[in-house]
Design a protein around this ligand. Structure first.
Ligand SMILES: Nc1ncnc2c1ncn2[C@@H]1O[C@H](COP(=O)(O)OP(=O)(O)OP(=O)(O)O)[C@@H](O)[C@H]1O
Ligand SMILES: [Mg+2]
Length: 329
């Protein structure tokens, strides 16, 4: 079988960063294909920002290697810097300037002539829904507006690789959606995005591939679908007509699905996690059999649905595994 190798935006092997005795990044191997959103998912302190800062040449690795578009982040730092842009906790926005002033200034610093810098600033402000706030000082922006101007600032000149370090932490759902739309626009223009997040649904919505990191190590990697199927086939949700039949339904589901059945707060609802992978049958086949058994035993089902496990479930399952391994060690 020949494997088509797409161009890699980022390639790391055994990347390490140590702070004192703390191995903040503890041997990370990553391959990030160009042209997509790659999600780096992990809880507080997992090592996400530290990894990003090494890749953006802001922090020197203590071990291993990292290449950005083929350039070594240590030996060819200038070549790397010319291709990347970073948004996050370290944005270069001046709070006392207005949105327009910030973007024009950054454009000028990048060597654009004034009319071109103004034009680019106003196009970005419009694209990011900030036209009305363009002449207000950034210190008076809301959290969501601030995040959007940060991203706008980082793509004044289109970088080949954009690091977005937790771009939506603390934003309301509407502002998160606006940031997601912006990320999609940026990728459509050909930029590769490395996105760190603590939100699994965010990675699920945006990323083609995801690395889950915990304690400085990659504990899982793959497409969102692969990560989900690695922890189970999905879950079956059942709503009954009659709450009195719930104990009976619970027994039938436990038997046919060989799963733990959870009784939901709603007295007519039950949820069962399908493990399924071993038997080689699909989640849908398991679910169909369970439904047939319920009917055969006279349990009336009002509603029935089959869901993939959420990435939240995946994440808890994966981090639980590492926690158990640590406790056993
Ligand atoms: N400059 C530093 N000096 C000492 N320790 C540091 C430094 N930067 C990070 N650390 C430590 O390294 C570990 C990883 O931190 P990092 O900021 O990379 O995590 P993170 O995954 O980005 O977390 P968060 O989601 O909270 O932003 C933490 O234990 C942190 O305390
Ligand atoms: Mg961080």
């Amino acid at each position: 079988m020949t494997r088509h190798r797409t161009e890699l935006a980022i390639e790391t092997s055994g990347l390490v960063k140590v702070f004192g005795t703390n191995r903040a990044v503890d041997g990370i191997d990553l391959e990030v294909p160009a042209g997509s959103v790659y999600g780096v998912l992990g809880p507080n302190g997992a090592g996400k920002t530290t990894a990003v800062r090494m890749l953006a040449t802001l922090l020197r690795p203590d071990g291993g290697h990292a290449h950005v578009f083929g350039h070594d982040v240590v030996r060819e730092a200038d070549a790397v810097r010319a291709q990347v842009s970073l948004t996050g906790q370290y944005a270069s926005i001046d709070e006392d300037l207005t949105g327009t002033e910030n973007l024009v200034l950054l454009g000028r610093l990048l060597g654009h002539r004034k009319p071109a810098a103004r034009e680019r600033a106003s196009r970005l402000l419009e694209a990011f829904g900030l036209t009305e706030a363009a002449d207000r000082q950034v210190k008076n922006y809301s959290g969501g507006m601030r995040r959007r101007i940060d991203i706008a600032a980082s793509i004044i000149s289109t970088p080949r690789l954009l690091f977005l370090d937790e771009p939506t932490t603390g934003l309301d759902p509407r502002s998160r959606n606006q940031v997601w739309d912006i990320v999609r626009i940026v990728v459509a223009q050909g930029t590769t995005v490395l996105l760190t997040t603590q939100y699994l649904d965010e990675a699920d919505h945006l990323a083609g591939r995801i690395a889950v990191i915990d304690h400085g190590k990659v504990i899982a990697e793959g497409t969102p679908g692969q990560l989900k199927s690695s922890v189970g086939a999905g879950s079956v949700h059942v709503r009954l007509r009659d709450p009195e039949q719930r104990p009976q339904a619970e027994r039938v589901l436990a038997r046919t699905l060989e799963a733990d059945v959870q009784l939901d707060a709603d007295p007519v609802a039950l949820t069962a996690r399908i493990s399924g992978a071993e038997s080689g049958r699909s989640a849908a086949e398991h679910a169909a059999q369970a439904l047939a058994e319920l009917a055969r035993e006279g349990v009336t089902v009002d509603d029935f649905s089959l869901g993939q496990p959420s990435l939240d479930e995946v994440f808890l399952a994966l981090t639980d595994r590492t926690t158990r391994k640590e406790m056993a060690a």
